[in-house]
Write a protein that binds this ligand. Structure first.
Ligand code: SF4
Ligand code: SF4
Length: 559
């Protein structure tokens, strides 16, 4: 393999790699604004200048290809001076907006100003003034004064979103980013430009001014908006989710996520419709109850019906662990009807990230469903029998989307309906018992994405239950991935529990406890029963997931 020496370190590289790529692969940081590993090379910011033997002038590392025997210095005196000059040039017209800029705290320019600039300005003249607060589209706001013309946003729209909606207008220090007149930047992936903008020129209209970056905790998790399972960070202040941002995972979402996932998949967690504590139906009204009463009532009613009078409807919105516990409960009660609900919108996917399956765990629900001789897994048959009055009791796991009206009409005929729900919705209106389920942001668990990659979710928001267990959780081994508990002290906490835990408590009431005390124990139980999950625990899944199944979820398997 050819070799290059960077800062005295001899490194192997692959043909076609640039100096910045080799350096970054080997943990050598070369400062840059316009270079991005997933975008074409622009080479306009000049921040990555390096000294290369046998090249008379400094060369930019982003567009210089590594060659065998090349010797590169990234910290020499001439490089340091050149960087200071580049920083001084970029800062000539950059406003002193940091105290009011959303990017402050995670801004490349701010960080580099500390690390690589002279620390003082020689600019006495008036700065160039340009438009501020320009809505580029429904979700992205532009500040032309802050823009350093790196062109990352333009290249992203062209190359990743495949939607060339952005361009530069004007020349020199009057240049700014724009869309065509009377058009707007409304691409379904537009908000990724906010992440990759190295300064605060592009900001999220959904998040602007909600919180300073350093006031929030951030927890690695997975988006629940579709079966892609894009890796995200959940940003929380005072126990309220403020925003989601994409987390790098080369095998799932690279650096990106869609705008729907970013803006529409978390607000239910802190919505007024949250189910806060168990509810039972009295005189046709759901009234607040308590765990003991709700569990006792459900156990009593489930015991009353015969196995062929009871149906279990699992969920592609609940975790693998929740679905596995649910299947165990169905087995315990000799269920004859067991299926799961998913939500597919044909034609709604694209060839970037968005899939047609709008649930995060359809493949997981399919893999762990309760199957046995004499058990029907046909959801249509189940609802037909509920409608005919043959199935009298229905137990339904978390559903993020309303059932079709024919399903709701059928449920109206059932004698007993128990539902796990994060929020009140049309389905809960038909329930005799509503158990408050923890949302994806309030529990440990795993989802199996469309490509068979099992990925972890972790609590970012505290519930009453998690708050109680705070000390134990803070020390538990899977929290080393970065869950921060310090922001949990303040803010509203809902009385909700993960579905696997509610089901375990119900099994105990039915006289056959499962004895799970953590969701990881539920997963480990599954490893002995389902070969796809063998040898797994939460450490094994790690921070970016593990591929456990090769095949894709076929059309026939979708329910
Ligand atoms: S708006 Fe941001 S990403 Fe776009 S050119 Fe300006 S600085 Fe670069
Ligand atoms: S593509 Fe799917 S998983 Fe990814 S951010 Fe969008 S909705 Fe979420």
């Amino acid at each position: 393999m050819p070799k290059i020496t960077i800062d005295g370190k001899e490194l192997e590289f692959k043909e076609g790699q640039t100096v910045i790529e080799v350096a970054s692969e080997n943990g050598i940081y070369i400062p840059h604004f316009c270079w991005h590993p997933e975008l074409s090379i622009s080479g306009n910011c000049r921040m990555c200048l390096t000294e290369i033997e046998k090249i008379p002038k400094l060369a930019i590392a982003c567009s210089t290809y590594a060659t065998d025997g090349m010797v590169v210095k990234t910290q020499s005196e001439s490089v340091v001076k050149a960087r200071e000059a580049v920083m001084e040039f970029i800062l000539i017209n950059h406003p002193l907006d940091c105290p009011i800029c959303d990017e402050a705290g995670e801004c490349k320019l701010q960080d580099y100003a500390f690390r690589y600039s002279r620390g003082e300005s020689r600019m006495l003249e008036e700065k160039q003034h340009k438009p501020k607060r320009v809505p580029l589209g429904p979700r992205v706001m532009y500040d032309a004064e802050r823009c350093i013309m790196c062109s990352r946003c333009i290249r992203f729209a062209d190359e990743v979103a495949k939607n060339p909606q952005l361009t530069f207008i004007q020349r020199g220090d009057r240049t700014f980013v724009s869309v065509f007149p009377d058009e707007e930047f409304d691409d379904p992936y537009s908000m990724n430009t906010v992440d990759i903008c190295p300064v605060g020129a592009l900001t999220s209209r959904d998040f602007r001014f909600k919180s300073r970056v350093w006031e929030m905790s951030n927890t690695p998790s997975v988006c629940i908006g579709c079966s892609r399972g894009c890796n995200v960070n959940v940003w929380v202040r005072d126990n309220v989710i403020q925003r989601l941002t994409p987390r790098e995972n080369p095998d799932v979402n690279k650096y990106w996520m869609c705008d729907f996932g970013r803006t529409k998949t978390f607000k239910f967690v802190n919505a007024e419709t949250r189910v806060d504590g168990p509810f039972i139906k009295e005189n046709n009204e759901l009234v607040k109850s308590n765990w003991e009463e709700a569990l006792n009532l459900t156990a009593k009613r489930l015991k009353k019906f015969k196995p062929d009078e009871t149906a279990f409807v699992a969920s592609a919105f609940a975790t693998v662990e929740d679905n596995h516990s649910f299947a165990l409960l169905a087995k315990l009660l000799n269920a004859k009807y067991y299926s799961y609900f998913s939500y597919v919108i044909p034609g709604s996917g694209d060839d970037i990230l968005i899939t047609e399956d709008k649930a995060p765990n359809a493949l997981g629900a399919e893999l762990v469903k309760f199957k046995a001789n004499g058990v029907s897994n046909d959801l249509d048959e189940i609802f037909e029998k509920i409608k005919l009055g043959e199935i009298k009791a229905v137990y339904i796991l978390e559903q993020a989307h309303d059932f079709d009206s024919y399903m709701l009409d059928a449920l109206a005929k059932a004698e007993f309906v128990a539902v796990h729900a994060t929020n009140f919705n049309r389905l809960t209106e038909f329930a005799d018992v509503v158990f408050p389920a923890s949302s994806f942001a309030e529990k440990h668990g795993s989802f199996l994405n469309v490509d068979g990659i099992l990925q972890r979710i972790k609590p970012a928001v505290a519930t009453v239950e998690l708050d109680r267990a705070l000390d134990g959780l803070a020390q538990s081994r899977w929290d080393k991935f970065g869950t921060k508990f310090d922001r949990w002290a303040q803010g509203k906490k809902y009385d909700a529990e993960p579905s696997w835990k509610i089901i375990s408590a119900l099994a105990a009431k039915l006289g056959k406890p499962f004895n799970f005390s953590t969701s990881e124990e539920v997963l480990i139980d599954l490893t002995s029963k389902n070969s796809a999950f063998r040898n797994l625990d939460y450490n094994e899944i790690g921070g970016t997931g593990i591929k456990i199944i090769e095949r894709k979820f076929s059309e026939e398997e979708k329910i």
